[in-house]
Design a protein around this ligand. Structure first.
Ligand SMILES: C[S@@+](CC[C@H](N)C(=O)[O-])C[C@H]1O[C@@H](n2cnc3c(N)ncnc32)[C@H](O)[C@@H]1O
Length: 264
């Protein structure tokens, strides 16, 4: 029987995603620098503190372990996690022709699996190998094809005019405009949801770092890159990932169907 999965174990340089994790944990009065960090609502599922003076490789290993832990922890999933597909994504693809989709920082596959079930050919990239394996297991249970790639997104080659849909759902702190611009086919869609800059204050950051996207930042950058902004909102609402209420940023943007001509 042919394999339903493809798993590419290339690697690895860190990204600044720790700040999001710290903010998530800070809301529970827990920091990665704490010596007693535990999963919320699951004291038995303790997680070790972040190593001090970590090298980039150690940092990435720590991130991988942290997300492997939280994304698969039964108590965290039950009480803090939204296992349903992201509502913005569901609305954005409704009635749209299917095609090739890349789910950046896919996690445990809630969005990728939804797309695969609705006819998309989906690739999910993430560093959390156990979360990827979880997604593959679910894909097989559901009888859908899902390609998973274990790779650091900061060094991952997104390709050129390759995707009809890019999903950046609580992915990281980067706008990814250049990568999205290059990787989408003409007419392709990017769906991005994450925290607004205001969440820096409402979530709190143990490290004191700024998180989220500034007012109109994504709209301006994607507009300047030639995208049609199909939807842009900055509501205060429940994050469609970890069930926290903060100001959010929601973007749906389309790459032009025909490349702009310099002659006109
Ligand atoms: C907040 S979760 C979001 C998961 C998923 N997009 C969702 O909405 O359910 C962030 C994900 O980013 C992944 N991640 C963090 N740093 C990464 C990196 N440098 N490269 C690839 N994935 C990374 C984590 O493993 C985790 O699965």
């Amino acid at each position: 029987m042919p394999s339903l999965s493809r798993h590419d174990p290339k690697i690895k340089i860190p990204n600044p995603f720790l700040v999001l994790v710290n903010a998530m944990l800070a809301q529970q009065d827990v920091s990665l620098n704490s010596s007693t960090m535990e999963s919320p609502d699951s004291p038995a599922a303790a997680y070790p503190p972040r190593p001090t003076n970590a090298t980039p490789a150690q940092y990435l290993d720590y991130e991988r372990g942290l997300w492997n832990h939280f994304l698969l922890d039964a108590a965290w999933r039950r009480t803090r996690f939204n296992a349903q597909p992201n509502a913005l994504l569901v609305e954005a693809v409704r009635g749209r022709a299917t095609g090739m989709a890349l789910d950046v920082n896919m996690g445990e596959g809630r969005n990728a699996l939804y797309l695969a079930q609705h006819g998309w050919q989906v690739t999910g990239v993430d560093i959390a190998d156990k979360a990827l394996a979880f997604a593959q297991q679910r894909a097989q249970q559901l009888g859908v094809l899902l390609t998973t790639v274990e790779h650091d997104v900061t060094t991952y080659d997104w390709g050129s005019s390759q995707w009809d849909l890019l999903v950046l759902c609580y992915a990281d702190e980067s706008t990814h405009v250049a990568s999205v611009q290059a990787a989408l086919r003409p007419g392709g869609l990017v769906v991005l949801e994450n925290f607004h800059r205001d969440a820096t204050h409402t979530r709190g950051s143990a490290s004191g770092q700024v998180i989220g996207f500034a007012t109109d930042e994504l709209k301006s950058l994607y507009s300047a890159a030639g995208f049609e902004i199909i939807r842009y909102e900055e509501p205060i609402g429940v994050a469609d990932f970890s069930r926290e209420t903060h100001r959010l940023v929601k973007l749906v943007a389309q790459k032009p169907k025909v490349a702009a001509s310099a002659d006109r």
